[in-house]
Design a protein around this ligand. Structure first.
Ligand SMILES: [Zn+2]
Ligand SMILES: [Zn+2]
Ligand SMILES: [Zn+2]
Length: 328
């Protein structure tokens, strides 16, 4: 599986420091941040891309944390929310209990205090109520008017409204944005998945072996194809060439059935190539069954997670210094 540089660095950090959970934290300077993203020198959005891509690849698990608004102009989280008149955007408004007269000729709305003696200040008619008697108690119910317990009136343009509109002022770039124009990001808490824990030992082994081989003068290709005698192409994790010595390597961090299948496919591939040394590198110790397969089919295997040791063994085998690396 291909990982980007950022993905590799994040995984390396998690494994190195045995991180169990990555949570966003609030800072007054920046808003929500992940501590680890500053260590890795990633912007918040870059970090989220890397982490979410690792979720897709099965290496991290995530849980929704919260939705956070961003300034649409500069991406800052430092927003001051302002509550404004939906018509003229003034912040100069009043809140109170309001009544609305509802007759065929009048729809006047105003604060309760304007309806002196229960009379509509617009049309001069008295508001009609019905008296209801229920289990000994009397209630007054509105007949031709409506009561709003909480309503707002703009002091600038005079309109009444049910809810103020929300606008955000960016403390970083001074842009004023309507609520609907804001950008939103979803923040999650992340934790290593069981897959990551399982693959941990072999995860960076390929790139470590590649640099070890490169340092020793090999020209190296990763995940490349070689054409067999049969005319079929075969893929190997690593193909390395130095002089007339060609080496192919497969790396396995598996165990059980998959490991056996990999061994057998390694055998088939290696038999189809001429003048090539094939090595099966296993991060885990092979089981007796797996060893039996390897020995029966004469597959050269190296059990190790140490790149230097692996390349040492390989070279020793190549140069016939060690007769047999298949010792169990
Ligand atoms: Zn801004
Ligand atoms: Zn009226
Ligand atoms: Zn207004």
């Amino acid at each position: 599986m291909r990982l980007s540089e950022g993905e590799e660095r994040l995984i390396a950090k998690i494994l190195e420091e045995d991180i169990k959970s990555i949570k966003p934290k609030y800072s007054f300077a920046k808003g929500f941040v992940y501590d680890i993203s500053s260590v890795l020198d990633l912007e918040l959005s870059e970090f989220l891309n890397v982490a979410n891509s690792l979720v897709e690849k099965g290496f991290l698990l995530r849980k929704f944390y919260r939705k956070v608004p961003l300034c649409p102009n500069c991406g800052s989280q430092k927003l001051l929310f302002v509550f404004i008149c939906p018509s003229c955007k003034s912040t100069n408004w009043l809140k109170g209990k309001a009544l609305q007269h509802l007759t065929s000729t009048c729809e006047y709305i105003g604060f309760e205090s304007e309806f002196i003696n229960n009379t509509c200040p617009n049309c001069g008619q008295e508001l009609k109520s019905a008296q209801i008697n229920e289990s000994g108690e009397t209630f007054s119910l509105p007949v031709d008017y409506k009561v709003y317990d909480v309503y707002y009136k703009c002091n600038s343009c005079g309109i009444f409204f049910e809810h103020p509109a929300v606008s955000a002022f960016c403390l970083d770039c001074s842009t004023q944005s309507d609520f609907n124009k804001l950008n939103w990001i979803d923040l999650y808490t992340y934790e290593p998945s069981p897959t990551l824990v399982k693959f941990e030992p072999g995860l960076f082994l390929a790139s470590k072996i590649v640099s070890e081989l490169t340092n020793r003068g090999y020209s190296v290709k990763e995940k490349s194809l070689l054409l067999g005698k049969s005319g079929l192409p075969h893929e190997f994790d690593i193909i390395a060439v130095k002089g007339d010595n060609q080496v192919t390597i497969d790396i396995s961090a598996e165990s059980g059935k998959t490991q056996k299948d990999s061994l057998l496919s390694g055998y088939v591939k290696s038999q189809d190539l001429e003048n090539t040394n094939y090595y099966f590198v296993s991060v885990n110790e092979l089981t007796p069954d797996e060893k039996k397969i390897a020995e029966t089919f004469n597959i050269k295997y190296i059990e190790s997670k140490d790149a230097k040791e692996i390349v040492d063994k390989m070279e020793a085998d190549n140069f016939q210094k060690v007769e047999n690396i298949k010792k169990s």
